[in-house]
Write a protein that binds this ligand. Structure first.
Ligand code: PEP
Ligand code: MG
Length: 546
């Protein structure tokens, strides 16, 4: 009996299309090995295995994920808790699982990035338990041909080892826009659809046409659909390969193509690429998880290294965005019921203005040391008074290009007033979507609401551009939305003139913009804003741009 063609829809997690057979994978089916004698031996074996995997990881991001797992597998507190549970009568295998579960629970309670590490600890607990029971974890399938991997979800250690020559696409029933699967799939350039209901109805051997840009999985697609999608992809690949230089539309309207970064290593790597600068340097990576503030010299050193790497190209630093999804313990922020709505971003400067002050001085120090002119902006600005306060501090520190992020709907709606004391605006579509749609960006269950194609989000971008146009201020976008070529065209049509994204996304955005003029960008912006919801906005623009 031939399979009936169906289309499943999930969250578009990593762009690109692929046509291949599916391999459905259930982790947990393990092979038998010699059991570890005790917890110490299990820990040593799991650490060695994860280190081996880290050395074999196909990306820097993958190796980082595995090194974090190594720390958990050797964590003295985790192992001590398991030993005390075992001393209380639990079987060693159960004791380590319970210890990992309680550790994961604590991390979930802390929220934000730390909560996202909870599955890592659970994965490590399962690996240690398997080792004690004489089971080796199941490896990813190797059917001998490229395939689309279909699973309920993927553990970080599995995703980190994916070989893009073998796994050419990923579909998961769970996961969300910030899950490891998503982050690593993007880093590896593997098209992926996550949070896809019905994913597990796709069985081994089913033919699948996966569209990671639109979040669609066509099962048993007909030949016409396959041919249309393949020829569209080939044309796009040729355009990408030929794209070079500064971003511009076909009729010469400049759109700066910048990158989002968070570390000096990333800056050094990205500076070697054909990009026009940094649109968002997330300085909190220097602060995250620390119990003491990085001293001014360390800060100057870091910022100067980024500026040196980019020379005379634009570099936009965002001041510390602490709180909510970005915990910074040394600030001593109070526990809150709703941290995303609480003291975060620029609001932390109300009680810890000294930290912001030292950071602005360090940025000015780095500028002086390198002879460059960095741009600086504040996160989570909601009112004109906040913008004015920040601009005053930054200018007093000697910084000359001062801006604000627009990621709260009030700032977008009242942009004319909020932007009156600054030089530029950068729209953070990740948070702007979270606040406009009242959907927690950490929660996979509401991922569809956070779709950057939501017409309500596009209305807020339009409102920001219109407020900025009164004073001719440049508006950029530095949220995930900027990395989607079709959506980039919409943003340009709305008035955005710089787009900041992961370095890998730049050629796709550049080549699409080079192929269309400003009038077309305005037409697609109008089509997207007239649509009733995100899928129809995406489809309406795809109809025009092909
Ligand atoms: C955003 O909110 O869109 C943004 C770019 O900042 P972050 O994702 O770091 O909050
Ligand atoms: Mg943000």
């Amino acid at each position: 009996m031939s399979l009936v063609a169906t289309t499943l829809t999930g969250v578009a997690a990593s762009p690109g299309t692929v046509h291949a057979r599916a391999v459905a994978w259930e982790p947990g089916v393990a092979v038998a090995v010699e059991p570890a004698a005790d917890l110490d031996e299990a820990s040593a074996r799991v650490v060695a295995d994860l280190e081996f995997r880290a050395a074999a990881a196909t990306t820097g991001e993958g190796a980082e994920v595995l090194r974090a797992l190594v720390m958990f597998a050797a964590d003295p507190e985790l192992l001590a808790l398991a030993r005390s549970l075992a001393a209380g009568g639990q079987a060693p295998e159960d004791a380590i699982r319970s210890a990992a579960a309680s550790y994961a629970e604590q991390l979930r309670g802390l929220g934000g990035y730390l909560a996202e590490r909870a599955p890592d600890v659970e994965d490590v607990g399962a690996r240690l338990a398997d080792c004690l029971a004489g089971r080796a974890p199941a490896e990813l399938p190797r059917p001998g041909h490229p395939y689309v991997l279909v699973a309920r979800d993927l553990a970080p250690a599995d995703t980190a080892l994916l070989d893009p020559r073998s796994v050419v696409g990923i579909v998961t029933e769970q996961g969300g826009p910030t899950s490891h699967t998503t982050i690593l799939a993007r880093a590896l350039g593997i098209p992926a659809v996550v949070a896809c209901p019905g994913a597990r109805t796709v069985l081994d051997g089913h033919e699948v046409l996966l569209d990671g840009s639109r979040g669609e999985v066509h099962v048993a697609p007909n030949a016409t659909l396959v041919a249309a999608v393949e020829s569209r992809e080939e044309e796009a690949a040729t355009r990408r390969a030929q794209s070079r230089g500064p971003g511009a539309t076909a009729d010469g309207v400049g759109v700066k193509l910048l990158v989002n970064l968070g570390t000096v290593d990333q800056a050094v790597a990205a500076a070697a690429e054909d990009v026009e600068g940094v649109g968002l340097f997330r300085t909190e990576f220097l602060f995250l998880g620390r119990t003491d503030e990085p001293d001014p010299d360390e800060q100057v050193e870091t910022y100067a290294s980024v500026l040196e790497a980019f020379g005379d190209r634009r570099v936009v630093f965002r001041t510390l965005d602490a709180g909510s999804d970005k915990p910074v313990p040394f600030l001593g922020l109070a526990d809150e019921e709703n941290p995303a709505l609480g003291v975060r971003g620029l609001r932390t400067a109300v009680t810890r203005g000294d930290v912001l002050q030292r950071q602005l001085e360090a940025l000015a120090g780095a500028a002086a040391r390198t002879g460059t002119d960095p741009w600086v902006m504040a996160p989570m600005v909601s009112t004109p008074a906040e913008a004015e306060h920040f601009a005053g501090l930054a200018r007093a520190a000697g910084l000359r290009h001062v801006g604000v992020m627009v990621e709260v709907p009030s700032a977008a709606l009242r942009a004319r007033h909020v932007l009156r004391s600054v030089d530029f605006a950068s729209i953070g579509t990740n948070d702007l979507a979270q606040y406009a749609l009242a959907a927690d960006r950490q929660l996979g269950d509401v991922a569809a609401l956070l779709d950057p194609w939501q017409p309500a989000l596009l209305d807020l971008v339009a409102s920001t551009c219109s407020g900025a146009s009164d004073r001719d201020l440049p508006v950029g976008v530095c949220g995930e939305a900027a990395a989607d070529p079709h959506l980039a065209a919409v943003l340009v049509g709305l008035g955005v003139r710089s787009l900041s994204m992961a370095p890998r996304a730049v050629p796709g955005v550049r080549s699409l913009l080079a192929a269309i003029d400003l009038a077309t960008c305005r037409d697609v912006a109008e089509a997207a804003r007239s649509a009733v919801d995100a899928p129809s906005a995406r489809a309406a623009v795809a109809d025009v741009l092909g």
